[in-house]
Design a protein around this ligand. Structure first.
Ligand SMILES: NC(=O)c1ccc[n+]([C@@H]2O[C@H](COP(=O)([O-])OP(=O)(O)OC[C@H]3O[C@@H](n4cnc5c(N)ncnc54)[C@H](OP(=O)(O)O)[C@@H]3O)[C@@H](O)[C@H]2O)c1
Length: 255
């Protein structure tokens, strides 16, 4: 049976890795991001290597019309999406008191509203087919009060847990993936030097993606990726808020 996954933020980092691993598992793909050329290069690479059927859907998910185009593709019953990976994201670089409010709005939409919108588009078809998976790439930051990025990820975690509990019995799994620091373009795009994070804290993107896909297959609601973060996760609720607040990525040293 043909299986298809739609991945947001597929042009780089974790999203491109999701595309590689899902193509290796035999999935057809719909790749979504703004940079159409990078998506086409990835599509060519995967079509050559795996013979996978790949659609490219260039879209700025913070643009309402683009988001509706992607939602319509997710809901298209003629070419069903079996796995939706809500992955696209970025973080505002400046601390909250100095950040441009338009950047805060775009970040909040991309991390919280966009996954909600696309899950809403995906669920009716998945429920009627009694099969489907939604993998929401959240963050361990969503477990601590460390700024507006963390707040948006916390919303995504709560939404994921709610949908997982409600639709599991209909054959639909909703998994929130909570990585710690991962070596991708994410911090570079923020202008944060890799030196601002201790070497030992960086997880490998391919291992994070493997953990997420394994969790989805095993129908888990929450997956904390990487053994180092699984060890530290239980301590997080014990950290006083005033310490967590200083841990936000936007308060890290900019280049
Ligand atoms: N890296 C980490 O340490 C880390 C830790 C925890 C959670 N995460 C989460 O992991 C997810 C993936 O991040 P990453 O680390 O892989 O970062 P990345 O390497 O910077 O990739 C981000 C992806 O999001 C896409 N994107 C950004 N803005 C977009 C928009 N407006 N519309 C559509 N696509 C957009 C980018 O593509 P275009 O520029 O082509 O649009 C790119 O493909 C994010 O949700 C992030 O919050 C990352």
């Amino acid at each position: 049976m043909e299986m298809r996954a739609l991945i947001t933020g597929a042009s780089a980092g974790l999203g491109a890795e999701f595309a590689r691993q899902l193509a290796a598992d035999g999935f057809s793909l719909v790749l979504v991001a703004r940079d159409e050329q990078r998506l086409r290069e990835l599509a060519d690479e995967l079509a050559d290597a795996r013979g996978a059927e790949i659609e490219v859907l260039a879209a700025d998910l913070t643009d309402a019309a683009d988001l509706e185009r992607v939602a319509a593709r997710v809901a298209d019953a003629g070419r069903p999406v079996d796995v939706l990976v809500n992955n696209a994201g970025f973080a505002v670089a400046q601390p909250f008191e100095a950040s441009p409010i338009e950047d805060e709005r775009r970040m909040h939409e991309l991390l919280s509203w966009v996954p909600l919108r696309l899950a809403h588009a995906a669920l009716p078809g998945m429920r009627s087919r009694r099969r489907g998976g939604i993998l929401n790439v959240a963050s361990l930051a969503g477990r601590m009060p460390s700024g507006s990025y963390a707040a948006a990820k916390a919303q995504l975690i709560v939404l994921s847990r709610s949908l997982h509990a409600r639709y599991r019995r209909d054959g639909v799994t909703v998994t929130a993936l909570l990585p710690g620091f991962v070596a991708t373009e994410f911090h570079d795009r923020m202008g944060v030097s890799p030196d601002a994070v201790p070497e030992v804290a960086w997880a490998d993107a391919s291992a994070v993606v493997r953990d997420g896909l394994r969790g989805l297959r095993k129908r888990r609601g929450i997956v904390v990726s990487d053994w180092r973060y699984r060890l530290t996760a239980p301590i997080i609720p014990l950290v006083p808020d005033r310490l967590s607040a200083g841990f936000g990525i936007s308060s890290r040293q900019a280049r």
